[in-house]
Write a protein that binds this ligand. Structure first.
Ligand code: GTP
Ligand code: MG
Length: 323
C-alpha cells in the first residue's frame, strides 16, 4: 500500500487498527444531513451563561448535558470530588519519553523488552531513546492529546495539572516525542509531537502507531485553535479519525485570544466550517470542549474543570491515587 502523509503524519495505516480496539465504534449514519438536523443537535441559545465566564457559555451551548458548570446533569458528586482531588493533589510526573514505539512499556512489542536482559538499558541506544523496565511501572489507562504544532498541547497538560511540568515555548515543534505523564499512578496523559509543516515523518509514524496499537488508550483529544480556526492538516487528521471510527473529542484552545464580543460568533463559524468539511457520524459525535490555558483565568471559567471530569469518566478511573 502506498504510504500517505498528512504533513508529517503517515495516515495510510490508521484504518488497519485491530477490531478488538477499545476505541472502535460501530459504523453509523451521517448525523448532519442538513441544516435542520444540525440546529436541532446544537441549540441556538445556552440555557445559562455567566457573563464573567470565558468559555462556559460556549461549553454549555455545544454540550449542554456535559458541562460541569451547568446543573442540568449533575455528575455523581463522588466522581466530581474525586476529579477535583485527583487533579489538585495527585503526584504528577513524567514517566516516559518515547521515541520508538517498541520501547513503550506494557505493549505487545514491549514484551520483548521485558524479556530482554535489563542490562540492555545501560547500553547506548540509537537517538536518545531510553529503555524502561516495565516491572518498574504500572500499566494504566491513557489519553492522548493530538494537534498541530504550537496549538497548546503541552500547555493544556500543564493547565490540567496546574503545574508547569511539560515544556512550552512560543515556537512550533518543541515536543519531539511521546511524553507520558503519570497522574497519581491512576492514569497517564500523553503529550505528542505536533503535526503540520514543522513536524517530522518519524514523529507522525510514532504517534499514529501509538493510536493504532496501544491497548491502554482510552480517548483521543484533538486540540484545535479556536482563534485561528482549523487548517487543512486538522481537516485531514479529523477525516481520518472519523473514517477509522476512532473515538475522539475536540478541544478548542486559546479561546482567550478571541475578543469577548466576537467569541460566540467566531466559534459558531469555526464549528460550522468544521461540520461542513468533515462528516462526523452520530454515534461518534465528539464532545466539543472550549478551553483556555491562559494563566489569568481560573480553571472552572476556562473549561479546564470540564475537561478534567471528561478525562476521569473516559478513562474509567476512580481508585486511590498516589500523592
Ligand atoms: N493565549 C494563549 N496562549 C496559549 C494557550 N495555550 C498555549 N498558548 C501558547 O501557545 C504557545 C505554544 O504552546 P505549547 O503548549 O508549547 O504548544 P504545543 O502544541 O505543545 O507545541 P509543540 O510541542 O511545538 O507541538 C506557547 O507560547 C503557549 O504559551 C492559550 O490557551 N491561550
Ligand atoms: Mg508541546
Amino acid at each position: 500500500m502506498k504510504e500517505k502523509y498528512v504533513g508529517n503524519v503517515n495516515i495510510s495505516r490508521i484504518l488497519n487498527r485491530p477490531s478488538s480496539s477499545p476505541l472502535k465504534e460501530s459504523p453509523a449514519k451521517p448525523l448532519y444531513k442538513g441544516q435542520t438536523k444540525r440546529l436541532k443537535s446544537f441549540p441556538k441559545k445556552s440555557p445559562i451563561a455567566s457573563p464573567k465566564s470565558l468559555t462556559n457559555d460556549l461549553n454549555l451551548k455545544y454540550n449542554p448535558k456535559h458541562s460541569l458548570s451547568q446543573e442540568i446533569i449533575n455528575p455523581n458528586q463522588r466522581v466530581q470530588s474525586y476529579t477535583a482531588n485527583l487533579f489538585s493533589n495527585a503526584k504528577f510526573e513524567l514517566d516516559w519519553s518515547i521515541y520508538e514505539f517498541k520501547n513503550l512499556p506494557h505493549n505487545r512489542q514491549a514484551e520483548e523488552v521485558e524479556e530482554r536482559d535489563v542490562e540492555e538499558a545501560s547500553k547506548p541506544q540509537k537517538k536518545t531513546t531510553p529503555i524502561y523496565d516495565p516491572r518498574d511501572y504500572k500499566s494504566l489507562p491513557e489519553v492522548i492529546f493530538l494537534g498541530r504544532c504550537n496549538v497548546g498541547k503541552s500547555s493544556l497538560i500543564n493547565a490540567l495539572m496546574d503545574k508547569p511540568l511539560a515544556r512550552v515555548k512560543r515556537f512550533a515543534g518543541l515536543t519531539p516525542c511521546l511524553n507520558m505523564y503519570n497522574i497519581g499512578n491512576v492514569v497517564r496523559l500523553v503529550d505528542s509531537p505536533g503535526y503540520g509543516v514543522k513536524g517530522k515523518p518519524w514523529q507522525g509514524d510514532l504517534t499514529m502507531q501509538y493510536i493504532r496499537e496501544r491497548e491502554q488508550l482510552r480517548k483521543i483529544y484533538l486540540i484545535l485553535n479556536a482563534h485561528l480556526g482549523i487548517n487543512e492538516f486538522d481537516e485531514m487528521i479529523l477525516s481520518q479519525l472519523v473514517d477509522s471510527k476512532i473515538s475522539f473529542d475536540l478541544v478548542f484552545n486559546k479561546v482567550d485570544k478571541i475578543s469577548p464580543s466576537q467569541r460566540r460568533t467566531h466559534c459558531d463559524q469555526i464549528v460550522d466550517h468544521l461540520l461542513k468539511s468533515v462528516k462526523i457520524s452520530k454515534l461518534m459525535r465528539p464532545t466539543l470542549h472550549f478551553v483556555s490555558c491562559n494563566d489569568d483565568n481560573t480553571r472552572s471559567l476556562s473549561g479546564i474543570s470540564d475537561l478534567q471530569l471528561n478525562i476521569v469518566l473516559s478513562s474509567g478511573i476512580s481508585g486511590r491515587f498516589t500523592r
